[in-house]
Structures are given as C-alpha cells and as structure tokens.
Design a protein around this ligand. Structure first.
Ligand code: AKG
Ligand code: FE2
Length: 211
C-alpha cells in the first residue's frame, strides 16, 4: 500500500475561504499537489498590481546569486514587504491560502513576458549545496488573459495551465520522497500572441522576514 504524504495545503471541498475572499478550486492533482484556483485576485487588483509594477521592471534575475540568465527572458520586479495597503492585503490573503505565515514569505514578485519570451523548465527550490531555509511552495497568480501561449507547463506531468486573469496555480515541493518534489519541474511557455503578467509568491520553510 502506498501512503499518501502529508501536504501543507489541506483543501477540502470546492472552495477555500480566506478572510476576504472565496477562492474556487477548479482542478486538483493529488501528488504532487497542484491546484488550479479561480477568484484569487479581483480584476481590479490584477490591474492595480500591473500599474504599480510596470515602471519598476528589470530584466529577470535567477536564483540566489541574482545573475542575469537566459533561463528566463521576461522582466521582473519585487515589491517591498507589505509596501502598501494593496500588497499587504494580497500578502495576507495568499498566506492564508497557502497555509504558511506571512513571516515565511518572500517579497511578492511580478513577471512580465512579451511575445516570444519564456521561462525555461526549472525548480523553484534551490538544489545547490546545503540550503538552510529552502522554498517549500509556490503560488503563480495570472494578472491578465494571454491571447496565445504562456501556459505554466509541468513537462514531467505533461500538464499545462492556461493563464486566466485572477486565477492561479499552486504547487508544493516539501515531500520526503524527492521524486515528488522533482515532478514540480515547470516552465513558462513562450508567449506567442499578446503579453503575460504574473505575480509569484514563494514560501520558505522558516521565517524569512523580521517585521
Ligand atoms: O510564468 C509562469 O507561468 C511561471 C512562473 C514561474 O515559474 C516562477 O515565477 O517561478
Ligand atoms: Fe517557477
């Protein structure tokens, strides 16, 4: 008999209630746990995040060393921790949803892909050496509808998530069985028509902010 591993997010039923939102579970994969969620952000919140971010975008940097890399061709920025009311509200909602305290959250990241841009397959957790406070889970929130392409693609699962404004994909990689963590390999497929905006929240195993 195979014993299913404990997960961080324990969803029951078709809805997840946070203090200010009723989030819909559209689709679910059990192991590794992948949830497609709708109504995570309102249209107004998506537009406001893009507006706040668009003047602050830089060529995306990868991983801990933050060197520029061809792994990702999109542009990115990070909001300051709880920098204004909107960011604070979203951080609170997302941490309730992800079942991890805000103190374990990385700053909220915005990514912008223009046509032709992509994010090659990668793990969100760090694999090099002895990582003390690794990432354990990810929420990618879609801030606009993409005309064509731009799916979040899990090549080992042959599973593609189509961006939809206000919706999100959640996955976690804190399993004892590392084969499950490795199945969360994912990419941002090339945007072929239009553009793509996402907000990514990564959670750490331990505290990551001191406020
Ligand atoms: O753009 C996407 O669909 C994926 C983004 C991503 O993998 C990340 O931000 O870590
Ligand atoms: Fe990622």
């Amino acid at each position: 008999m195979t014993i299913k591993e404990q997960t961080i997010l324990n969803s029951f039923g078709n809805k997840i209630f946070t203090q200010d939102k009723e989030i819909h579970v559209v689709s679910k994969m059990e192991e590794p746990l992948i949830l497609i969620l709708d109504n995570v952000l309102s249209c107004k919140e998506c537009d406001a995040l893009i507006d706040l971010a668009k003047h602050r975008m830089q060529r995306a940097k990868i991983g801990k060393s933050r060197v520029e890399s061809d792994i990702r061709t999109s542009n990115s920025m990070f909001f300051e921790e709880s920098e204004d009311e909107l960011i604070q509200k979203i951080e609170t909602r997302v941490s309730e949803l992800m079942n991890i305290p805000v103190s374990h959250a990385e700053p909220l990241q915005i990514l912008h892909y223009k046509a032709g841009e992509q994010y090659h397959p990668h793990f969100d957790y760090f694999t090099a050496g002895n990582v003390v406070n690794n990432r354990i889970s990810t929420l990618v929130m879609y801030l606009n509808d993409v005309e064509n392409g731009g799916e979040t693609y899990f090549p080992s699962l042959r599973f593609a998530v189509t961006p939809k404004k206000g919706s999100a994909v959640y996955f976690e990689y804190f399993y004892n069985d590392n084969r499950l963590n490795e199945l969360t390999l994912h990419a941002g497929n090339p945007v072929t028509i239009g553009e793509k905006w996402v907000a990514t929240q990564w959670m750490r195993r331990q505290r990551n902010r001191y406020i």
